[in-house]
Design a protein around this ligand. Structure first.
Ligand code: AMP
Length: 114
């Protein structure tokens, strides 16, 4: 998508602090971190939100989740724990309409989330 900010990042047209990239996925640090570790894990395919996913994208989403797990391990979060968030829709806090998992860690997390 031409004007999507995450598409621009994954095409390396906009700078980002990349932590991982493969043929289907990128992971980069959030520009406005909400925890000591706050990484966004993003499929390269432009899908607006979880609600826009098709059955054909099940395997891709599984891969993105697996990458999220691996990035958490690389960041040393497996002992302390971490939170993975997928905001879906403006009412749930989604502000960038290119599906992404937030990986948060490095501090205690409260429940329920705000
Ligand atoms: P959401 O509100 O769930 O759609 O999450 C979007 C996230 O993208 C927010 O946490 C923003 O801080 C983050 N974000 C927006 N623009 C950038 C950018 N250029 N580089 C890194 N993170 C960004």
């Amino acid at each position: 998508m031409k004007h999507c900010i995450f598409c621009k990042i994954l095409r390396h047209e906009l700078p980002a602090q990349m932590v991982f990239e493969d043929d289907q996925t990128v992971a980069f640090r959030d520009i406005n971190p909400q925890a000591p570790t706050h990484i966004l894990v993003v499929p390269k395919r432009h899908i607006a939100s979880l609600h826009d996913c098709s059955p054909e994208e099940e395997v891709l989403l599984g891969h993105v989740l697996r990458v999220t797990r691996n990035v958490a391990e690389k960041e040393g979060l497996q002992e302390s724990g971490y939170r993975v968030i997928l905001n879906t829709g403006a009412g749930a806090g989604q502000s960038v309409f290119h599906i992404h998992f937030h990986l948060l860690g490095g501090r205690l997390m409260s429940w329920p989330p705000g």
